[in-house]
Write a protein that binds this ligand. Structure first.
Ligand SMILES: Cc1cc2nc3c(=O)[nH]c(=O)nc-3n(C[C@H](O)[C@H](O)[C@H](O)COP(=O)(O)OP(=O)(O)OC[C@H]3O[C@@H](n4cnc5c(N)ncnc54)[C@H](O)[C@@H]3O)c2cc1C
Length: 394
């Protein structure tokens, strides 16, 4: 059988893409290396994902988060309640979440192949006409008109396609997290973020009444300057963090670590003749925050719309697939990520000194605090005056 589309990777990006193509009547093969793998992730996601892309998430009964507590490395606190202002957030368990998204894609008509690790392309007359996988029953081959690479950071196909190079250590973030269970005195309707003196941050994201996702990470050159296990242990044993759990018994249910891209979308790597790359594989993760679930789903949806158009007009060349990259929502994501990238060096100068000053100023000045919030939560570009104020006060 020749599928209309083959999607390697059934994470949020691949599942959205598969669902949309199947709903449009196309034959889709959705290929996944292991469904019972829980993607290491904080699981914090805008509720827009539930409202706009996957209403089925309501089944998971997520607790809606109404605000965030953010701390600089020297523990200046910035509290922001977005209830009634903008989008809410929620925290999901990635095993439950990803399995729900797979179910949505399958119910829409996608053909799902679990336990299939894609490792190479099938090539005929110099054209990539399918992919090869390793499965428990041996090597499998899937033929398809369009191939969509959605298999995340560790994607072999991304590199083999020639679309992008292997990640370099300075291009990525490394993070470790756990799901813990037990009582705490945390406000479970808030996200808790702790910036650190290195490039990175720690988080405490309550999932539900019982479970909490906790973790931390580094990015760029600090991946080499700091040991992930050491900073993780330090974060969990930090007195500020321990206070949330004092006198309570805590059980670790699961721990994992994984890389993510830190430099934004790899723009030149998004498409080729009959190939598109979506989600983490193409760098759809916001620099500094590491938020990637929502942008990955957006990239999956737009790649599916592009593929539908290309299949309908029977032209799967890169000329037609170019409209994936030029879509206004992809352009908006790229622009937002560039803004975040441009702030990194400034914030983390001298062990996060400017971040400390920024939070300190925001504590005292409501107008300045609004600018900080607009920058963090609404992607507003800060004024020159904003930067000068921080530099002059540091
Ligand atoms: C520690 C950590 C914390 C994070 N926290 C957050 C957060 O709180 N909020 C947020 O929005 N983002 C967060 N992110 C980023 C987020 O996890 C990703 O951006 C998001 O999962 C990307 O979705 P995706 O579908 O592109 O890739 P993935 O979710 O990585 O999915 C890829 C899928 O492909 C499969 N796969 C991999 N290789 C193969 C292969 N060879 N063959 C077949 N299948 C394969 C995998 O099993 C997986 O199912 C975090 C990332 C990390 C590492």
């Amino acid at each position: 059988m020749i599928y209309d589309a083959i999607i390697s990777g059934a994470g949020p990006a691949g599942c959205k893409c598969a669902e949309m193509l199947a709903l449009n009547g196309f034959e889709v093969a959705l290929i996944e290396k292991k469904s019972n793998w829980r993607k290491p992730c904080g699981g914090a996601v805008s509720s827009r994902v539930m409202e706009k892309y996957f209403p089925q998430i309501r089944k998971l009964n997520p607790i809606i988060k109404t605000g965030a507590f953010m701390f600089s490395a020297d523990y200046h606190k910035l509290e922001y309640n977005w209830e009634g202002y903008g989008e809410n957030s929620m925290v999901v368990d990635r095993l439950e979440f990803d399995n729900l998204l797979k179910e949505v894609a399958i119910n829409a008509g996608a053909h799902f192949f679990d336990d299939n690790l894609s490792y190479d392309f099938i090539i005929k007359n110099k054209k990539k006409i399918g992919i090869k996988t390793r499965s428990p029953s041996g090597i499998e081959e899937y033929l398809g008109k369009i191939i969509i690479i959605a298999d995340g950071m560790s994607s072999k196909l991304a590199v083999m396609s020639g679309l992008r190079e292997r990640w370099k250590i300075n291009d990525i973030a490394l993070a470790k997290c756990s799901i813990i269970e037990g009582k705490s005195n945390l406000d479970i309707k808030k996200l808790h973020i702790y910036f650190r003196p290195y490039k990175g941050y720690g988080w405490i994201f309550p999932i539900d009444e019982r479970r909490i996702n906790i973790g931390c990470g580094t990015f760029e050159e600090d991946n080499l300057n700091y040991n992930l296990n050491t900073i993780y242990d330090e974060f969990l044993n930090n007195t500020h963090i321990k206070n949330y759990f004092s006198g309570c018994s805590i059980k670790t249910l699961w721990t994992g670590s994984f890389p993510m891209s830190a430099k934004g979308v790899v723009e030149k790597s998004l498409y080729e003749d009959n190939i598109m790359m979506i989600g983490d594989a193409a760098g759809f993760v916001s620099p500094i925050s590491g938020e990637g679930i929502h942008p990955s789903i957006v990239s999956g949806q737009i790649a599916a719309e592009t593929a539908v158009h290309a299949l309908e007009k029977e032209d799967i060349s890169k000329n037609t697939l170019r409209s994936y990259k030029t879509h206004h929502n992809i352009k908006k994501i790229i622009k937002n990520f560039k803004l975040k990238r441009s702030l990194v060096e400034f914030f983390y100068e001298q062990g996060g000194k400017n971040l400390n000053t920024m939070f300190n100023l925001a504590e005292k000045d409501e107008k300045f605090k609004t600018q900080v919030i607009n920058m963090f939560f609404f992607n507003a570009t800060p004024s020159q005056e904003f930067f000068s104020k921080i530099r002059n006060s540091a």
